[in-house]
Design a protein. Structure first.
Ligand SMILES: [Zn+2]
Length: 156
């Protein structure tokens, strides 16, 4: 499996930067904020990983939050459709993450983990893409792929 990662485009929505903002966004969109829906948002913001519906279901039940399988699926889809969370399509199913804004991913091919990263392309690159396509670039996402061996991460 090499190129099995696709982020599904969300409807445009302004960036959400905290759990409380995510909850406020649900309310402003008129979404019913059930206990189950709140549990899911709390978990995604707590773990800040990209997780399958199955993994979210398992983790919530592990934490003693009673929620059914179908409810997890339905809530994740509703949150994604309203632009509150992200969804990544992989060959083995969908993963959900807490970030709703445009960001790039670093995919570890060893662990299958996805790391969120904000990275800006040099304007020369954007310009070249515009020149080649005739389109005005308004946003982008990059998928990096990497392995765990070799590189020491820089201290931030
Ligand atoms: Zn992400």
């Amino acid at each position: 499996m090499s190129a099995g990662f696709v982020t599904i485009m969300q409807p445009p929505s302004s960036p959400i930067s905290s759990l409380s903002e995510a909850i406020a966004r649900c309310q402003s969109l008129g979404m019913r904020l059930s206990r189950q829906r709140r549990y899911i948002l709390e978990l995604l913001w707590d773990l800040q990983e990209h997780l399958s519906a199955r993994a979210i279901y398992d983790e919530l039940n592990h934490r003693g939050k009673k929620i059914g399988h179908t409810s997890v699926y339905q809530n994740l889809e509703a949150l994604f459709e309203h632009g509150i969370i992200e969804c990544v399509e992989r060959s083995d199913g969908r993963l959900y993450g807490h970030l709703n804004s445009a960001h790039s991913h670093v995919n570890c091919v060893d662990s299958q983990k996805i790391i969120d990263i904000n990275i800006e392309l040099p304007s020369t690159v954007i310009h070249e893409v515009e020149q080649r396509t005739g389109l005005k670039i308004t946003g982008y996402r990059i998928d990096f792929f990497g392995t765990t061996n070799g590189v020491q991460p820089e201290k931030q």
